[in-house]
Design a protein around this ligand. Structure first.
Ligand SMILES: NCc1[nH]cc(CCC(=O)O)c1CC(=O)O
Length: 309
């Protein structure tokens, strides 16, 4: 038997937006602190290239992860760090989420140069977001607002705001905080007002399923509560066909050992009223989390929501 204290090096495939790089470097530092040598392989995805159309029109969430999966498949990289919100509900055969890390702030943030909160926006003000979820939840709060598309990475979106194209924009608080841009947040939306997307604020690490060595290396980075929470949230999305685009929110909050899961659904054309549902149960295993998510999705459908795809 050969003995070696050197752990095998790990290559992280990452998009090259500042947020993606921050996330990859965060994982790199945590693994390095455990004795791994870790390098980054930067790459551009179609989701980064196509900025003139909303994601829902060009193929949805998978656009941010496909190229990274090809790098894993070809052995050019070992792991890919994703914002879980961008990861499709079903991964292609041979890939797995090996680790879910502790969640940052899951809430949405209101960002505006001249207004402190949504309530202070003048009648008919233009708000930028390309998220169907944010669009329908914003219109439910303020039917007078004009919602205009806004794509691009976090810095691009802030620049477009600063250029005066919008009175305000809505972004994930997590991305702004990670980039040290929390001072741009004028107010945060409480989940009761604007329910977050499934997985928002959490990071997931993807591997080729057969890489047990990497599962072992990543295990210490996992955060069990986050994993349970986002499993329940993602089960709602999976059951509703949430890998294709529709306005869908799913958000879990703990009290003691009980997970309260709330969800909201809107139809793509915005014609039907928003459907809301929720459920609570004691959750200790991923299967129980998944079952809670499926139950809440069932209630959404019973209340009129329609699963797509
Ligand atoms: N769709 C892009 C995306 N994917 C993840 C985040 C933010 C960070 C996170 O949710 O972990 C963002 C930007 C945003 O929604 O403002």
């Amino acid at each position: 038997m050969t003995t070696s204290s050197a752990l095998p090096p790990i290559v992280i495939a990452t998009r090259e937006s500042q947020l993606a790089l921050w996330q990859a470097e965060h994982v790199q530092a945590l693994l390095a602190a455990r004795g791994h040598s870790v390098s980054l392989l930067g790459m551009t995805t179609r989701g980064d290239q196509i900025l003139d159309r909303t994601l829902s029109k060009v193929g949805g969430k998978g656009l941010f992860v496909k190229e990274l999966e090809v790098a894993l498949e070809e052995g050019r990289a070992d792991i890919a760090v994703h914002s879980l919100k961008d990861v499709p509900m079903e991964l292609p055969d041979g890939f797995a989420l090996a680790c879910i890390m502790e969640r940052e702030d899951p809430r949405d943030a209101f960002v505006s140069p001249h207004h402190a909160s949504l309530d202070e926006l003048p009648q008919g003000a233009v708000v930028g977001t390309s998220s169907l979820r944010r669009q329908v939840l914003l219109q439910a709060l303020r039917p007078d607002l004009k919602i205009e598309p806004l794509r691009g990475n976090v810095q691009t979106r802030l620049r477009k705001l600063d250029e005066g194209q919008y009175a305000a924009i809505v972004l994930a608080a997590a991305g702004l905080k990670r980039l040290g841009l929390h001072e741009r947040i004028r107010s945060v939306f409480e989940p009761g007002q604007m329910l977050p997307a499934a997985g928002q604020g959490a990071l997931g690490i993807e591997i080729r399923s057969q890489r047990q060595d990497l599962r072992d290396a990543l295990a210490p980075l996992a955060h069990e509560r986050t994993w349970l929470t986002v499993t329940a949230e993602r089960a709602v999305s999976r059951a509703m066909g949430g890998s294709c685009s529709m306005p869908l929110a799913a958000h879990g909050v703990w009290s003691g050992d009980t997970l309260r899961l709330q969800a909201a659904w809107g139809d793509v054309e915005g014609r039907l009223p928003l459907v809301r549902a929720e459920g609570s149960s004691r959750v200790a295993t991923l299967d129980e989390a998944d079952a809670l998510g499926l139950a809440v999705a069932g209630r959404l459908r019973a209340a009129g929501a329609v699963a797509a795809c």
